[in-house]
Write a protein that binds this ligand. Sequence first.
Ligand SMILES: Nc1ncnc2c1ncn2[C@@H]1O[C@H](COP(=O)(O)OP(=O)(O)OP(=O)(O)O)[C@@H](O)[C@H]1O
Length: 690
Amino acid sequence: MKILSFEEEARHLAFIVDFLKVFNADLKDRQSTTTQGILETRQDINENISNVVDFADGNVMEFVQMLPEIRRTEMNYNYIETMRERTERMIPKPYFGKITVDGEPIYIGTGTIKNRDNDILIYDWRTPVASLFYENTTGDLSYRIPDGSRIDATVEQRRQFIIEDSRLLNMFDSDVYIGDEILQRMITDSSQSKLKNIVSTIQQEQNDVIRLPLSQDTLVYGPPGSGKTSLAMQRIAFLLYQHKETLNPENILLISPNEVFNDYLSDVLPELGENHVRNTTFFRLISHFPYFKGRHFEHVYDNIKRLRQDDEGHDIYEFKNSLEYFQSLHGFMKHLETDGIEFRTLQGENGLFATREELVHTFYNELGGHPISRRLSKMQERLLSRYTEEVKRLTNERYRELRDSNKYIGEAHELKKEAHDFAKKQLKTVHRQVALFRFVHFEKLYVNSIYDRKFRNMTVRSVKENDFKYEDIAPLLYMYIHLLGRHDRQIQHVLIDEVQDYSNIQYYVMRHYYRKATFTSLGDPNQQIHPGRKDALVAKNHVQKRLERSYRSTNQINAFLNSIIPDSIQSASVDGDEVQKVQTEDELGYVRDILRSGEYPQVAIITPSREAADHYYAQLEDEFPQMKNLGETDTLYNQSFIILPYYLSKGFEYNTVILTDAQSYSDSKHILYVLASRATRHLHLLNPTE
Ligand SMILES: Nc1ncnc2c1ncn2[C@@H]1O[C@H](COP(=O)(O)OP(=O)(O)OP(=O)(O)O)[C@@H](O)[C@H]1O
């Protein structure tokens, strides 16, 4: 094996860059020819084959004959577009690593590039063989291929490159340096405020998770900064690559703690060559079901605030999220097969449409042999046809009235229309109730499922006042999804970030709704900021992985985190400033000085409440127009100066974090832990408890 010198590697890079540039220019040419081709074919269709396809004319055949050609041209166009985008993206940094495997050099980058002879010049990081790079060592190793078997290989050399603007700046052989120089460099690089693409420095324990099979449910726990979110992104990119033929971005869903995550996704995925992955929050699940339209549910942020202020709400929150209630809910729903179902009486403007008793009778006596979801859909069918009949009957009745009364003049068809509109209006509410399954009284069922009297009465009040709490969402959805058999059919893989925020019942709502999907769930029990206690997640049949090392914050910040929760973090980071604990009468003045100093590229001011955030913003916005006051539904986080209430800061990181009024977190070490771990370099705590 020949070991290339720095100069030889630089020459190789120059050759690859030239190749990519020529390839890119060629693709651009081909793109314009293909666009022209598509335009000409379209024009041809327009001119020569009439728009109104006429079977008698025989031009249908002509059109059909052209279809494969059109499809081929469009596929060709898509291929050219992908490759053009890929080469353009890769010119400044074609690859970041190299391994020599059984004598053959393999360069690794963010996409595969082949020459005209089909030789691979650069391997996509997601190819099976590239996995060897992430073993972070040399010697006799093996890698897994898609059919699950393993191939033995000897890695003779592992090299990392620093390439910027198409120039080789440095290179490291991992067997020469102890530790990972590039990782250190990446960690210390605070110039970027965006979530980074960590593809060049994925660590072995992270690589293991990224490359787990799609069919595998996985639960990953790891301390703050251990790369869980980054890993989720890399895993999405990996799965999409490995299952190109069967998996599209629309088949993957990321469930994250807040809306701001959209921005994160759009930062990283395109760099990895992927886009259009769907992102949602648990709260947004309710909007999938029109049944719940008009019901007011407390948002998770308000829930956290309320529980922190008020001891009263804890009991019921904990009860509704407990495994015990969840298990009893199963029993309750099973029992509904034979007894206990609740319906609403349906009442039109013109009188009774269907009584509760009648519906119960149909459910148990006429349809009792079917599973519940089938019974309910059959009932809906029947009620809808009764509705149609009733509209007909009412229309005729009204028509006769109109016709016979000498008050109304008009043609017969006008009177008929008026009569029909009248009939529909009379039954509008009924129709809505039937269409949305509101004849099933889910709220009452929910109340009945609560065996504790005190909690049941409290829930009755919430239902009456249309003031549902955050903890009501999961049981209601769970019942709804189960009893009606509602499932999403498109999503094949779900990634849940911050999974510690969900109770078992919430988790299983997501599992059941996305029934066709496997899950990668990532979190950290130490970052549970909800004031209520929760049982540990029961993750049956999940592979459980633990990440140990943390890459985000300086050793000093990590030591501070360990002082809050002992032994919670293994720092794989660098040294920085001491954590600043400041007692001051003038917090605003302190913050202002930091912002004015110009020393900090990105500062997050984290406040204990929305009101405090608004107050700071009002005081600072004139002097610092680049400042952003992050709102609850904002999707923009990437700002040099940002103010945000503590509950919005989950999952993100900022170069400098200032915690104002830090003593307000003395009730929860977990909150303090989460907030402090947002800082990558500098952490200032204003007025913490001593
Ligand atoms: N292998 C790696 N190479 C370089 N940087 C890394 C690596 N893994 C993680 N990081 C960096 O560490 C930081 C934290 O990563 P990330 O946000 O994914 O962690 P997390 O586990 O989701 O944290 P939290 O639990 O606090 O939300 C990011 O800046 C990320 O780029």
